[in-house]
Design a protein around this ligand. Structure first.
Ligand SMILES: [Zn+2]
Length: 415
């Protein structure tokens, strides 16, 4: 199917990354930076150029577009989603993408800063890219493949489908969002208007990977109240909330249950800030696990520690307040097994091995899943994201395009 197709994803990626779309966590506007709209507007135009007549950018910087079905079958409308913004971690101004053809395993030294080197010893995924064409930035900026690789893959897949009308598919929706990197990517999404039943974000890394799980997340606020007196007249009276908070932190397990001692599917209790004084002290925690029961367990462990410490300070008191932050999208996706099954089939048809992965964090996909659009995450090939050593294999990126095209066919065949 793709033998004679000239993929456009890499060329698109190299064009899109030259448009600075860095988002800004300190900005209160929507989108957080106006410049994100330059790319969004261009994407809407390019989609129109492909014959997608309803393609447009809305006032918030979201791009919506519909590729109508070309089948009689009742196929659910499927959305492909990517974010246009890049992370604030490294500069996104003046990105100069470089295509390194036929990577042979030798160090890639980036020309604008020779200290920035891509080595197989430090970036082991490069070993899986021998013989590939690699795109990097030039040494002073990130590349911005996160998530312009996803944008480019979706654009090329739409390009492929609009030029190969023999490929049967249901209604396809395209959604490009701003501000994912600052946690506001879903803030102004209009799911009603989007009108999709299921979605896929194209925001993953290793070729063949499919992410159907995120952390479940709670925040816990521990408030400790001590007893304050003048320190000159405090004997037997003063109870210092700061010292009690210190005892609580000291009793947290040191070899388990922390971000620095866990990997994979293990969760944790993580103190993130401590504020206050001797009279009243507030400690903020984040609790993470892949199952809700695991969150409750960790919250119980924390409360036991607090109660144990407070037993020695009967005049002090505490409150523990739990706030739900987000939930593992698998709780939603398990109700729609076809979403994952079809993606696995598509990745296989693209000639790749499926790698199921869990995200130790949250994604827009997890938010979308709970907003009513079940939405796992597909690979794009992007690597070493948010850094000056960011890179992507053109061959991996093209596999993402193939996967999208196979995926819409699988949905059509099985509906
Ligand atoms: Zn991303």
């Amino acid at each position: 199917m793709f033998e004679s197709y000239v993929f456009t994803a890499a060329a698109r990626l190299m064009r899109y990354v030259q448009i600075d779309t860095q988002s800004d966590p300190r900005s209160a506007t929507q989108p957080s930076t106006e410049k994100q709209k330059y790319l969004a507007r261009l994407l809407a135009q390019e989609l129109k150029g492909m014959g997608i007549s309803d393609a447009h950018m809305d006032e918030w910087g979201y791009v919506y577009a519909t590729l109508p079905a070309n089948t009689e079958k009742p196929v659910p409308a499927i959305c492909f989603c990517a974010h246009v913004d890049t992370a604030p971690d490294a500069s996104g101004t003046g990105v100069k993408p470089i295509l390194h053809r036929g990577f042979d395993g030798a160090d890639i030294v980036l020309p604008d800063d020779e200290k920035i080197v891509l080595r197989t010893s430090e970036l082991p995924y490069l070993n899986q890219c021998i013989g590939h064409d690699i795109i990097t930035a030039s040494g002073t900026t990130l590349l911005g493949g996160d998530d312009k690789a996803g944008v480019a893959a979706i654009m090329d897949a739409i390009h492929f489908l609009t030029t190969h009308n023999g490929i049967k598919h249901g209604t396809i929706k395209v959604l490009f969002t701003p501000d994912e990197e600052v946690g506001r990517g879903t803030a102004k999404i209009d799911l009603q208007k989007l009108g999709a039943q299921f979605g896929y974000t194209l925001d993953g890394g290793n070729r063949g990977s499919l992410e159907d799980e995120t952390f479940s997340a709670d925040g816990v606020t521990l408030t400790i109240r001590g007893v304050i007196t003048h320190p000159g007249d405090a004997k037997g009276k003063l109870v210092n909330a700061l010292k009690i908070a210190g005892e609580v932190l000291a009793r947290l397990p040191s070899n388990t249950l922390s971000p620095e001692t866990t990997v994979g599917r293990e969760g944790f209790i993580h103190p993130t800030s401590m504020n206050g004084g001797a009279e009243k002290c507030v400690v903020e925690f984040i609790i993470r696990d892949f199952v809700t029961a695991g969150l409750k367990e960790k919250e119980a462990i924390l409360e036991n520690i607090v109660q144990g410490v407070l037993r020695n300070h009967p005049q002090a008191s505490y409150t523990l307040e739990v706030t739900e932050q987000y939930r593992n999208m698998k709780e939603v996706l398990d109700n729609y097994p076809q979403v994952i099954a079809h993606a696995k089939e598509a990745i296989g048809r693209a000639g790749l091995q499926v790698k199921m992965e869990s995200i130790r964090g949250g994604t827009d996909g997890s938010r979308l899943s709970f907003m009513g659009l079940p939405c796992p995450n597909l690979f794009t090939g992007m690597q070493a994201i948010h850094s000056k050593r960011e890179f992507i294999s053109v061959q991996d990126l093209n596999k993402a395009v193939e996967t999208i095209v196979h995926l819409v066919q699988v949905w059509e065949e099985r509906s």
